[in-house]
Design a protein around this ligand. Structure first.
Ligand code: HEC
Length: 142
């Protein structure tokens, strides 16, 4: 009986955690994160959005297979501004480096603020660009 109660409690906790995850990823980002989210949507989401077939998301899914680090950058809580800066300015694998004429230092700071903010402040996942959706899903609306 004790065991049964314990597993029922665990199950309830698990269901709660899933619901909480869903609940936090809706709506717009907190106002102070809007600029950074726009930078992310323009420069990063085409490779890193929460869509498994994108190059960045696919590579990171392989890299972190078996760990609890999520594949989509927008779901990460382990990144820091210095780490993001190194990758953005230097690139890695197929990821190109971004020059300050493309992403200014101010925009990089906003981008980093967005990617390091508490999940519940980030709002809904950044949608893919419309034409990428057509390419990926043959025009079907998901
Ligand atoms: C052309 C596609 C592409 C674009 C655009 C791109 N990335 Fe990447 N990014 C990748 C790939 C591929 C990797 C994974 C390389 C690997 O397997 O280690 C990666 C890796 C990373 C990593 C390392 C994560 C880790 O844990 O190893 C960070 C951080 C990152 N990208 C941030 C960004 C940011 C921020 C932007 C937007 C400014 C961006 N990327 C734009 C393709 C891209």
């Amino acid at each position: 009986m004790r065991l049964l109660l314990a597993s029922a409690a665990l199950l309830a906790a698990g269901v709660g955690a899933v619901a909480a995850q869903d609940a936090v990823r809706t709506g717009p980002a907190a106002p102070e994160l809007a600029e950074g989210k726009a930078v992310y949507a323009h420069w990063c989401a085409p490779c890193h959005a929460a869509e498994p077939s994108l190059p960045g998301t696919m590579s990171l899914a392989a890299k972190y297979d078996g760990s609890d680090i999520p594949a989509a950058l927008e779901d990460r809580t382990d990144l820091s501004a210095p780490v993001i800066g190194v990758f953005v300015r230097n690139g890695v694998a197929w990821m190109p480096p971004f020059r300050p004429t493309e992403i200014s230092d101010a925009e990089l700071a906003q981008l980093s603020a967005y990617l390091t903010a508490p999940l519940e402040d980030r709002g809904a996942h950044t949608p893919l660009l419309a034409d990428e959706m057509v390419q990926l899903h043959g025009g079907s609306s998901e």
